[in-house]
Each structure stands twice: as structure tokens, then as C-alpha cells.
Design a protein around this ligand. Structure first.
Ligand code: CP
Ligand code: NVA
Length: 317
């Protein structure tokens, strides 16, 4: 992603594949450090870090789709770093009435220091990054969900140590979350085995990118093959925001549900992750998501810690 419109040291966070291995690792380590600073001091959630590293910085958060975790974690992250945030729902904005993405980006660049965007279309996200003069953060598009997967890497490492060389298994829809996992598997050097029905396989260009960049990514239609000896099993909703044909999807993806039988193919100490929101009885059974191998609540909380590290990286801090 070109940064030519941005101030020196300022950067967009569009995809894990568009940052360097070193930067990806630095963001994870920064998040670990920030989390330690909070938990060791048993701070209330409304605290502000003593050095207020984002003092005087303002973030606009645009949502074209609903959100619970992303919205609250970014808002609290800005608060804890000493900055301000403004939440903008698409339907309340002129963007929702046809004002162009480019014009919106230019206008908002005059009001705030960074823009977080949850967009229907990845192309719109890229257009905003081309025209904005402040950093843009991808908070989910139809293509990818990089902030989530950075939180997932943090969560895996808290529970199982370095992710390098570990096997991660994905079962279900090869969707936006799966795409960011494919990107992450290259930068963090883990093996990623995806099991998806043919029609729901992740984009070939993304799998091809991973393979060309030394990634260990495989795609199968067999969930048990993917889960075999895995250190972590992951799934996501079978019906993403904006998807059509819900009944068809539930039907096609049903054999990819993560249940105890699938977990038993993975390593004994494998963890289970899910970005949430979850649909118990669809993509995962209740006994798995609410069972001892599940780390979903840490994963959700880690969105806060990773957002802080991503925001600081965008501002060159
Ligand atoms: N995982 C995630 O992005 O959740 P929200 O849709 O609630 O933000
Ligand atoms: N794949 C899901 C992720 C939600 C956080 C969606 O796009 O709806």
C-alpha cells in the first residue's frame, strides 16, 4: 500500500500481507507488553496509560456493517492510549446516501488523525487509503479481517508459545477471516491446513500468494485431514455479513462443523479459536466452544490489546 499521502512514519494497516514480517512481530510484542502493563497493575478498563502515547490523536471509526468487539475494543484502545474516537455508522453518514469514498476520506482527513473502516467492499477500503492523508485501518471487509487475526496470533502465543512451526487447522467457509489467516501463516511461519467445500474454498490468488512467499498452506475438502495433529482448530460463522442463500450455506457447510470428534483428531492439547459472534450448533458445537480447549474469551479480550499496538504502529510509535 502506497503511503505517499501520509506524514512520515505514518502507515496504513490494510492487510497482514502488506506489512513486513518484522513489523508484524513488533505489533504482537507491543501488544504483549501493553497487556502486561494493564493486567499487572489490575487497572480499571477506563484508565489511561501514564505516558498517553496517543494524546491529541483522534480516530474516526466508520461502520458499514454491525460490530460489537471491533467497535468497543477500538474505542477503549483510543481512550486508554490517551486519544479520542468518533463512531460513525454508515446509515447516519452521507456515505450511506452516495457521497463517494474518496470525498469522505478527504473530508475526514481534515478532522481526524486516522480512520478505521469496516467496509462492505475491500475496493472501497483501498480507495480510501489511496485518497486519505491519514492512516486507514481495515476493521473487516468482504476480503479480509487482519486486526482479528493479529489478536488470534497473540492469543495462540499466550497459550502455546511461539506459533512458528505449529499447525493451525481451519474448518468451514474460506471467508475473509480465513484469508487473513492465510496471510498470517506466511508472516508468522506456521502451517495452515484449511478444510472447505470446493465452492467455499479460499481465493486461489491468496493461496497462490502464500505458496509463492514460502507459506505452508494446504486446502482440502476433508476436515479430519486438516485437523490431524493440529495445535489449534479454528472456524467462523457459516453465514458472514452480506452473504446470500443462508439455508444453502448451512447445508453445504454442515459437515465442516467443529465437534468433539474433529477436536479428537488434533493434538491432545490443541486449542479452539473463533473470532465470534458464534452460532452454537452450526459451525461449532456448544461442548467445544464452551469446553476446556476453547480460548475464545481471551481471544475476544485480546482485540483490545492488539488494537492498541496496531494504532501505535500506524502512528509510528
Ligand atoms: N470478531 C469481530 O470482528 O467481532 P465484531 O463483528 O463484533 O466486531
Ligand atoms: N466472517 C464474518 C466475521 C465476523 C467478525 C463476517 O464477515 O461476518
Amino acid at each position: 500500500m502506497t503511503n505517499y499521502n501520509l506524514k512520515p512514519n505514518h502507515r496504513h494497516f490494510i492487510d497482514i500481507s502488506s506489512i513486513s514480517k518484522q513489523d508484524a512481530r513488533e505489533i504482537i510484542e507491543k501488544a504483549k507488553m501493553l497487556k502486561k502493563a494493564v493486567t499487572e497493575q489490575s487497572q480499571s478498563k477506563g484508565f489511561v496509560h501514564e505516558d498517553a502515547p496517543l494524546k491529541n490523536q483522534a480516530l474516526a471509526m466508520i461502520f458499514e456493517k454491525p460490530s460489537t468487539r471491533t467497535r468497543v475494543s477500538f474505542e477503549m484502545a483510543m481512550h486508554q492510549l490517551g486519544g479520542k474516537s468518533v463512531v460513525l455508522q454508515n446509515h447516519d453518514m452521507q456515505l450511506g446516501r452516495g457521497e463517494t469514498v474518496a470525498d469522505t476520506a478527504k473530508v475526514l482527513s481534515g478532522f481526524v488523525d486516522a480512520i478505521m473502516l469496516r467496509a462492505n467492499s475491500h475496493e472501497d477500503m483501498l480507495e480510501m487509503a489511496e485518497t486519505s492523508t491519514v492512516p486507514i485501518i481495515n476493521a473487516l471487509t468482504d476480503f479480509s479481517h487482519p486486526c482479528q487475526i493479529m489478536a488470534d496470533i497473540l492469543t495462540f502465543e499466550e497459550h502455546r508459545g511461539s506459533i512458528a512451526g505449529k499447525k493451525i487447522a481451519w474448518s468451514g467457509d474460506g471467508n475473509n477471516v480465513a484469508v487473513s489467516w492465510i496471510h498470517a501463516s506466511v508472516l508468522f511461519e506456521c502451517e495452515l491446513a484449511l478444510a472447505c467445500p470446493k465452492e467455499y474454498a479460499p481465493l486461489e490468488q491468496v493461496v497462490g500468494w502464500a505458496k509463492n512467499n514460502g507459506g505452508k498452506v494446504s486446502v482440502t475438502e476433508n476436515p479430519e485431514e486438516a485437523a490431524l495433529d493440529a495445535d489449534c482448530v479454528i472456524t467462523d460463522t457459516f453465514i458472514s455479513m452480506g452473504d446470500d442463500n443462508p439455508e444453502q450455506r448451512l447445508n453445504d457447510l454442515a459437515p465442516y462443523q467443529v465437534d468433539q470428534n474433529l477436536m479428537s483428531k488434533a493434538n491432545n492439547n490443541a486449542i479452539f479459536m473463533h473470532c465470534l459472534p458464534a452460532h452454537r450448533g452450526e459451525e461449532v458445537t456448544a461442548d467445544v466452544i464452551d469446553g476446556p480447549q476453547s480460548v475464545i474469551w481471551d481471544e475476544a479480550e485480546n482485540r483490545l490489546h492488539i488494537q492498541k499496538a496496531i494504532l501505535m504502529w500506524c502512528f509510528g510509535k
